[in-house]
Design a binder for this molecule. Structure first.
Ligand code: ARG
Length: 582
C-alpha cells in the first residue's frame, strides 16, 4: 500500500511541478497518529524552500494532481502542510483477503536476489562463549531469517576465533600440565579448558622462558607440524562441541569458517596494500594510516596489519575475509553482528579495504553493533559466587523458571497436563523469552536481563505474543472450526472500529519487514507484533466471534486466523516457534 501511495505521489509531483521532481522521495509514511488517518505525505513541507511557495499551497497542488484510483477517502491538508491519507474500508477488506490467501501473508519478495553474508555468533576457541556471543547469535539469526524470507541467498558464517598466538601459549601449558588433552579427544570439559586457558595466560605474563616456548609453539603450529596441528584440532573440536549445544538448543544454523581458513591469504593482503601504496613501515610493523582516527596527541592512528615479529592481526584476517567474501562468495551485502566495542575495528577495516580497492561500488559493508547485557542491578551478569555465567546454565534457568510459572498456573486453573506437555511448553516459553527479550530491545542500547520481566504474560514479551496465538487456536477448538477450511473468499465486514484497526495493522507487515531489511533492527518487528497482539486483544474483547451471526462470525474468524498466522510467521523470523496450547 505504501509503495503504491509513493508511486502515486511521485507521479503527482511530476505532473504538478515537472520532471525535476521525479527523483524526490515523496515522504509517504504511516500516520504518526491514527486520528490523522492511515498515512501521511510530508513532502510539501520539505519542498517549500525549493519551490518558494507556502507548504499548504504546495499540498493543495499535489492533491489536485493525485490520481487516487478511488482507494482513499478524499485527501485532507493538516497543520502546516501535511497531507492526511485515509484508506477506504472496502480496499482494506480486499487487501485482507489477498494477504489471507498468500503463503507469506502479504510479505513481498525483493526484486533482486543476490548473495548476502551474515557474520554472526563467532565465539573463540578455548575461551568462553559469553552473553555477548549469545546476543550476536540471536540477532544475527533473526536478521538472516528475515533476509532469507525476502528471497536473498544468505550465507550464515561463523567467524570462529580459531587461530592466533594464544594457541602457542595454551598448547605449551597443556604439554606439561595436562598432556592428555593434546592427544585424546574429549579429555577435558570446556569449562576446565577455559580455566586452563586462564592459568596459561597467568603463567605467560609472568614467565619469560614460558613466553619463549609458547612462541616456538606458534611457529611449529604455523609450519603445520603434525603433532601441533593435531593438538590444535582437538582443542577446536572440544570447543565446537560446546558451541553446538547452544546452537542446537536455540535452533541456529551456521556454517563455520573460522579465522584459520584465511591463513593462506594473509600474505597476499600485505602485497595488495603495498601495491595500493598505502602500506607504511613503523618501528618494524607494517601498517596503514587511517583518516579520522587519531591518538591522544592528535596524530593519525595506524592499523597494524603485520607485527614486527611477522605475525598477522585480527584486522588482517578480516581484510582477507572481506576479499574472499567479495571475490569468491560474490557477496553484495556483508553484515557483521558484534558488540559495539568493535565498531572502531570495523570502521578501520572497511576504510582500509576501500583504500585498497577491495570493495566494488555495488557492495555494501555493514557493522551491526549491539550494547551490553547487564544484570538487573546494572552490573555485569555473574553467578552468585561472582563467576561469569555459562550460557547453557543461563538458558536452562530460563526454562526452569518457565516450568515453575507453568506449574503454578496449572494449579490455579485446576488443569491436569502430562509431563511431556509441561516440558515442551516450558522449553519453548523459556527459550523464546530469552530470545525475545534480546530482540525487542533496540540493539544499540544496553539492556538488563530479567527473568521475571521476560517470562511475564503481560507486556512486550514472548509469552504475551504466544498467548495470542494460543487464544486463536482455542477459539477454533471451542467452536469446532477447522481454520484451514476457512474460505479466502469470505467477505470481510467491518462493524466495529477495532476490526478495522486490527485489519489495518495486519496489512503493515510487508512494510515492517522491508524496514528491518534496511536498518537491521529486529526490535521493529517485535514492536509490530506486540502492537498487533494488543489490537487483537481489543478486538477480541469488543467483538464476540463464535456467538456472532454467521457472516460476521466468518469475517471475524478470518481476522483472528490471519492474526495468528502473522504472529506465527513473525515469531519464526525471530527464531521463535509457537505453541497450540500453553
Ligand atoms: N571472535 C570475535 C569475538 O569474539 C568476533 C568475530 C566477529 N567477526 C569478524 N569477522 N571479525 O569478539
Amino acid at each position: 500500500m505504501i509503495d503504491k501511495l509513493r508511486n502515486l505521489f511521485t507521479s503527482a509531483l511530476i505532473q504538478a511541478f515537472g520532471d525535476e521532481l521525479s527523483s524526490i522521495d515523496p515522504l509517504v509514511v504511516p500516520a504518526s497518529n491514527p486520528k490523522f488517518g492511515d498515512y501521511q505525505c510530508n513532502v510539501a513541507l520539505s519542498l517549500a524552500k525549493t519551490l518558494q511557495q507556502p507548504p499548504r499551497l504546495i499540498a493543495q497542488t499535489i492533491i489536485n494532481n493525485v490520481k487516487l484510483d478511488n482507494f482513499c477517502e478524499p485527501l485532507e491538508i493538516a497543520g502546516p502542510g501535511f497531507i492526511n491519507i485515509k484508506i477506504k474500508p472496502e480496499y482494506i477488506a480486499k487487501k485482507i483477503k489477498l494477504a489471507y490467501q498468500d503463503d507469506y501473508l502479504g510479505i513481498t519478495k525483493s526484486d533482486e536476489s543476490y548473495n548476502i553474508i551474515v557474520d554472526f555468533s563467532s565465539p573463540n576457541i578455548a575461551k568462553e562463549m559469553h552473553v555477548g556471543h549469545l546476543r550476536s547469535t540471536i540477532i544475527g539469526d533473526s536478521i538472516a531469517r528475515i533476509l532469507e524470507l525476502r528471497g536473498y541467498n544468505v550465507l550464515r558464517l561463523n567467524h570462529v576465533g580459531d587461530w592466533g598466538t594464544q594457541f602457542g601459549m595454551l598448547i605449551n601449558y597443556l604439554r606439561t600440565e595436562k598432556p592428555e588433552v593434546l592427544t585424546t579427544a574429549n579429555a577435558v570439559e570446556i569449562g576446565d579448558l577455559v580455566t586452563l586457558y586462564k592459568q596459561a595466560k597467568i603463567k605467560f605474563d609472568q614467565d619469560l622462558d614460558f613466553q619463549e616456548q609458547a612462541r616456538q609453539e606458534v611457529v611449529k603450529l604455523q609450519s603445520k607440524d603434525p603433532e601441533s596441528i593435531k593438538a590444535w584440532q582437538l582443542l577446536c573440536e572440544q570447543s565446537r562441541r560446546e558451541f553446538e549445544i547452544i546452537y542446537q538448543l536455540l535452533d541456529i544454523k551456521l556454517t563455520e569458517r573460522g579465522e584459520s581458513f584465511y591463513n593462506p591469504f594473509l600474505q597476499d593482503i600485505i602485497t595488495d596494500l603495498e601495491d595500493a601504496n598505502i602500506l607504511t613501515e613503523d618501528q618494524g610493523a607494517k601498517c596503514v594510516f587511517l583518516d579520522g582516527f587519531v591518538n591522544k596527541e592528535g596524530n593519525p592512528l595506524p592499523l597494524i596489519v603485520q607485527k614486527s615479529d611477522g605475525g598477522y592481526n585480527y584486522a588482517t584476517t578480516d581484510l582477507a575475509a572481506l576479499k574472499y567474501r567479495i571475490n569468491e562468495d560474490k557477496a553484495r551485502r556483508i553484515i557483521y553482528v558484534t558488540d559495539a566495542g568493535q565498531s572502531n575495528h570495523f570502521a578501520q577495516v572497511f576504510q582500509v579495504a576501500k583504500k585498497a580497492n577491495f570493495i566494488p561500488e555495488n557492495v555494501e559493508l555493514v557493522h551491526v553493533p549491539f550494547g551490553l547485557v547487564l544484570a538487573e542491578d546494572g552490573k555485569k551478569i555473574k553467578t552468585r559466587s561472582g563467576e561469569t555465567i555459562r550460557l547453557k546454565d543461563l538458558l536452562d534457568e530460563a526454562v526452569n523458571r518457565a516450568k515453575l510459572d507453568l506449574q503454578k498456573r496449572l494449579q490455579t486453573e485446576e488443569r491436569n497436563e502430562t509431563e511431556d506437555f509441561i516440558n515442551q511448553v516450558s522449553k519453548i516459553v523459556g527459550l523464546s523469552a530469552v530470545k525475545y527479550a534480546d530482540l525487542s530491545q533496540n540493539r544499540t542500547t544496553d539492556y538488563k536481563f530479567s527473568y521475571d520481566k521476560m517470562l511475564s504474560l503481560q507486556g512486550n514479551t514472548a509469552p504475551y505474543l504466544l498467548y495470542v496465538y494460543v487464544r486463536v487456536q482455542g477459539i477454533s477448538r471451542k467452536g469446532n472450526i477447522d481454520l484451514n477450511n476457512l474460505n479466502s473468499e469470505t467477505p470481510i465486514i467491518f462493524t466495529q472500529d477495532s476490526e478495522l484497526v486490527l485489519a489495518k495493522h495486519l496489512l503493515q507487515l510487508d512494510f515492517i519487514i522491508k524496514e528491518v531489511e534496511k536498518d537491521l533492527l529486529p526490535n521493529r518487528l517485535c514492536l509490530y507484533l506486540f502492537e498487533l497482539s494488543q489490537k487483537f486483544n481489543q478486538f477480541y474483547d469488543q467483538c464476540p466471534i463464535l456467538q456472532a451471526e454467521e457472516k460476521i462470525k466468518l469475517s471475524r474468524l478470518v481476522l483472528a486466523d490471519l492474526t495468528a498466522k502473522v504472529i506465527k510467521l513473525g515469531l519464526s523470523l525471530l527464531g521463535i516457534s509457537v505453541l497450540e496450547r500453553m
